[in-house]
Ligand binder design. Structure first.
Ligand code: PGA
Length: 242
């Protein structure tokens, strides 16, 4: 595990972008796993800026996203599909055919999860971006998730619904109670993982990952076992570390 402690969120976002751009320049057809939420927004801003400066070309990358609410319409402003297009995909030259997303509109969610998992197996993820929830979740793998979990439908915890309601136009009553998510095993198969964590409410989860035991009560702790994990944190997220 490589830990990069930065001064602040701005620097964290810049460092993450530098690593990703370096990898894409080295392998233009990289398979990238993207994440949503508040934390990667600064990274995406940096990627868009670098694209505009012509220092990176996204035309050959293949993308996967970690998760999506269920059920949700793609065009809903609250979907992760919408988030990715608005904050990144519409602003760079990614080939839209190379974008892979869990479909929150499908009625056949089991089939959807199976085929998504299959697609990842065919196109192994080179670099996966992840964040971490205050409760230690990764993607929507909530506390209690097995290390062997695959892509599937899950129930969100009341805590996650509460925290994520800040992004919803009509607040809490509109947050879906379920989601489709890559499993822990799916994410762990990525060749390289970059974890981003910013702010003091992430300090406990980061402490557990770095100094604590592995256990299902904090799914982030499973990632201690990953061979190529880069943890990029700001000072506040690292405040409980020795
Ligand atoms: P955040 O979410 O980036 O909005 O803090 C992270 C997560 O819940 O995984």
């Amino acid at each position: 595990m490589l830990i990069i402690e930065t001064e602040n969120y701005k620097e964290l976002s810049k460092r993450a972008a530098e690593i990703l751009i370096y990898e894409i320049n080295k392998k233009p057809s990289s398979v990238i796993g993207f994440a949503t939420g508040g934390t990667p927004l600064g990274l995406y801003k940096n990627l868009v800026r670098s694209y505009k400066n012509k220092s990176v070309d996204f035309s050959k990358i293949i993308s996967f996203n970690l998760d999506e609410y269920y059920p949700i319409k793609k065009e809903s402003r609250d979907s992760y599909f919408y988030y990715m297009y608005k904050n990144l995909f519409d602003l760079i030259n990614i080939n839209k055919k190379n974008i892979n997303f869990l479909n929150g509109e499908t009625k056949e969610y089991k089939k959807e999860c199976k085929s998504f998992e299959k697609k990842i197996n065919k196109n192994p993820i080179d670099i996966q971006i992840i964040g971490v929830g205050v409760n230690g979740h990764v993607a929507f793998n909530e506390p209690g998730t097995s290390i062997n979990s695959k892509t599937r439908l899950i129930n969100l915890t009341p805590e996650t619904i509460e925290i994520n309601s800040r992004f919803f136009k009509k607040r809490k009553e509109n947050v879906p109670k379920k989601a489709l998510t890559m499993g822990i095993r799916t994410i762990m198969k990525s060749k390289k993982i970059i974890l981003l964590a910013s702010g003091k409410n992430k300090a406990k989860a980061i402490k557990r990952l770095i100094d604590g035991p592995i256990g299902k009560d904090y799914p982030i702790s499973y990632f201690k076992k990953h061979k190529n994990l880069i943890v990029i944190i700001d000072k506040e997220a690292g405040r409980l570390l020795k």
